[in-house]
Ligand binder design. Structure first.
Ligand SMILES: NC(=O)c1ccc[n+]([C@@H]2O[C@H](COP(=O)([O-])OP(=O)(O)OC[C@H]3O[C@@H](n4cnc5c(N)ncnc54)[C@H](O)[C@@H]3O)[C@@H](O)[C@H]2O)c1
Length: 273
């Protein structure tokens, strides 16, 4: 039985991927900085029918000792880590760069960029010993060079995640490690992430114009998770990119928007009432 470890998996995409892996009989280790949500997520996952097991471990991805602990925890419980997903992420306040505080900038870069780099470094060391495994990092707005007011620091980190993951894949290739490195590109998902900044400390009010675009291009995280998990289970290639919202799909969504009136925010508004 294979094992997957997912950071930031108490809700959103990470949690939905945990569910899909469980349905595919993978042992799952969920982890998050938010212990209350982690507890609830564990209960839900335990209630699902699966031959595999699920464990949870608190982990703040900005702490190397937490990351080391998560790796040891997973190894102790299941012996091997087949897939590790650096999913934990935070949004930034919707302000221009010079209107952000130093702490806000550090917060976003520490979680989104450094968290992924440090985890990848430690997990690579472990997977080299295993001589097998796969690491996936999550792209996001900015990965393809797009810029937008109020997303500059987040976009900087996601652009860097793309570069970092490609570089890691290249180094991995030259060493012939047997490990797979890849990127997941989830497009736009209607999760709490869209309306919360700096780890839920500040609310983001989406403009009607932004909501309109998200209603056309956005999807619920369970739909994206299904696609991503199938992609990871079937992927055998190093430097893979598993992309949900391709340019062709986005163009099709805009072309057909007039026929498909979607109100994707109903579910999110309800959850946050
Ligand atoms: N929602 C989107 O539209 C979207 C689009 C592209 C990429 N992404 C990326 O997908 C990933 C998941 O996003 P989501 O929409 O599910 O977000 P979410 O806010 O629903 O979930 C993120 C999870 O990460 C956890 N987390 C935050 N800081 C952490 C830390 N320091 N250590 C450990 N866990 C921490 C949170 O507690 C939360 O459970 C993120 O990397 C995000 O950047 C999201």
């Amino acid at each position: 039985m294979k094992t997957v470890v997912i950071t930031g998996s108490a809700r959103g995409l990470g949690f939905e991927m945990a569910k899909k892996f469980r349905l595919n009989n993978y042992n799952v280790v969920i982890s998050d900085i938010n212990e209350d949500n982690l507890k609830k997520a564990l209960e839900t996952l335990n209630g699902m029918e699966s031959e595999a097991k699920v464990e949870s471990c608190k982990c703040n991805v900005t702490s190397s000792s937490d990351l080391e602990n998560l790796i040891s925890f997973a190894k102790e419980k299941f012996g091997v880590i087949d897939i590790w997903i650096n999913n934990a992420g935070v949004n930034q306040p919707e302000r221009a760069i010079w209107e952000l505080t130093e702490d806000e900038i550090n917060f976003v870069l520490d979680v989104d960029l450094k968290g992924t780099i440090m985890a990848s470094r430690l997990v690579m060391q472990e997977m080299e010993k295993q001589k097998a495994g796969a690491i996936y990092n999550i792209e996001g707005y900015g990965s393809n060079d797009a810029t937008m007011l109020g997303l500059s620091i987040y976009g900087t980190s996601k652009r860097a995640i793309t570069y970092f993951t490609e570089a890691l894949a290249k180094e991995n290739e030259t060493r012939n490690t047997g490990i797979i490195i890849g990127r997941l590109s989830p497009g736009i998902m209607i999760t709490d992430f869209l309306v919360n900044a700096v780890g839920d400390k500040e609310k983001i009010t989406l403009s009607e114009k932004t909501k309109k675009v998200y209603n056309i291009l956005g999807d619920y995280p369970d739909v994206v998770a299904d696609f991503m998990v199938k992609g990871m289970i079937n992927n055998k290639k190093n430097n893979a990119k598993i992309e949900w919202l391709t340019n062709a799909k986005a163009a099709w969504r805009f072309m057909t928007a007039g026929f498909n009136k979607r109100d994707m925010f109903k579910a999110l508004d309800k959850g946050n009432e």
